[in-house]
Design a protein around this ligand. Structure first.
Ligand code: SF4
Length: 384
């Protein structure tokens, strides 16, 4: 039977330094290059145990992504290896230039590599400036030849526009297809607008020429507040891989620390109707995987894969199948009562910041009763 995604876990690697200086990146803007590498307090074995398949309820998709370059800390190699040994699928988001780390990872046994996916951020201008284009392309070749899946993605910036033709030519020659296109965010501005001086129409026209389903999916959602019921916090969550703290989503409530009491079940709670983000800027992950049930017919595989000119594909059949599954296939759908109770729980945790008191049981009971009352009233109104 094929593997299906039980949970999507955004694993944040707290590295705030990078070997590139991309002008649009917040590390560059805030001049954080000298920041040292993180010191991991827990062993890779402990981390993998905390993330065991049994504890998480099934096979999960772990997305390893650093604030700076993910592959700089040496610990990334054993952490990814142990998590793959647990039976999960892993993605590593990287600029593709830390050859030593890539070489170490490609030493893993084949049965681990076939569940590994590399997301190569193609920083064309920086690679050109440093004369590292060959190194980047060689690393992608190595990953592909080792039986891993990969994708190549461009963060579109206005400075890159004059180079579009040469980027396309190189991509077709090296990878048999064009890179996918994401969206650059102005993180330091209220509402996190798109980082460009072009109008939205011009921006669309320029970057649509890559024919990337990722871009086609993301652009219309940009700046659209999500008001549907979102299962982030249960079907997915954000993990700080160093501390073990987990949150519902980027701006969601803290849930628990998964490294303490690793034999205890996880405390999970969905965001529900309370998304705190102005818009779901990583909707291509969370929403395509179905944090909002049946959000789109597109799959995560659709926005990561490419079919090359020679008929080969960027995703291996195994990863493609896994990335084609949806979280709603492996997780229950809440009924009206459960959603109402959850809304009250989130309200309490949010407004009164009483997460710890809430755990003592008395208050939980009261909230539950309140939730049931509200739900009954709601149902009564609907039926009358
Ligand atoms: S809608 Fe997106 S940003 Fe909001 S809670 Fe859900 S996954 Fe997170």
């Amino acid at each position: 039977m094929s593997d299906k995604i039980k949970r999507f876990i955004e694993c944040f690697i707290p590295v705030t330094t990078c070997n590139l200086r991309c002008h649009y990146c917040y590390i560059t803007q805030q001049r954080k290059f000298s920041a040292s590498l993180p010191i991991f307090e827990y062993t890779p074995e402990h981390i993998a145990k905390a993330l065991s398949k049994e504890r998480l309820g099934g096979t999960c998709f772990l997305n390893f992504c650093g604030g700076g370059e993910t592959m700089l800390p040496p610990e990334i190699t054993p952490i990814v290896r142990e998590c793959l040994k647990e039976g999960h699928y892993a993605a590593i988001v990287t600029n593709g230039t830390v050859s030593q780390r890539i070489n170490e990872i490609l030493e893993f046994p084949k049965e681990l590599l076939e569940r590994l996916f590399f997301k190569f951020s193609f920083q064309y201008l920086e690679l050109k400036r440093l004369n590292w284009l060959d190194k980047f392309c060689e690393n992608i070749d190595k990953v592909r030849n080792a039986g891993c899946s990969f994708t190549v993605e461009i963060t579109p910036s206005d400075e890159l526009v004059p180079y579009i033709d040469e980027i396309k030519q190189l991509s077709m020659q090296k990878w048999g297809a064009l890179p996918h296109i994401t969206i650059a965010r102005a993180d330091n501005k209220p509402g996190t607008p798109i980082l460009t001086n072009y109008s939205k129409e011009e921006y669309k026209k320029i970057w649509d020429s890559f024919d990337s389903p990722m871009f086609t999916f993301k652009l219309p959602l940009y700046n659209q507040k999500r008001r549907e019921f979102c299962y982030a916090g249960v079907r997915s969550f954000c993990l700080d891989i160093k501390s073990g703290d987990i949150k519902q989503c980027y701006k969601g409530e803290s849930l628990c620390n998964i490294y303490k009491n690793i034999n205890e079940p996880l405390t999970l709670r969905a965001v529900g109707y309370g998304c705190k983000e102005p818009h779901c800027y990583n909707a291509h992950g969370f929403l395509l995987l179905d944090d909002i049930t049946h959000f789109s017919d597109l799959t995560y595989a659709d926005i990561r894969n490419r079919i090359c000119t020679d008929g080969s594909e960027w995703l291996t059949p195994k990863v493609k199948e896994f990335f084609s599954s949806k979280l709603s296939e492996t997780n229950e759908e809440y009924n009206c009562l459960q959603k109402s109770v959850l809304t009250v729980k989130n309200f309490a945790a949010n407004i009164f910041s009483i997460k710890n008191d809430y755990k003592d049981g008395i208050l939980r009971k009261q909230i539950k009763i309140l939730g049931i009352k509200l739900s009954l009233r709601h149902n009564h109104k609907r039926n009358s």
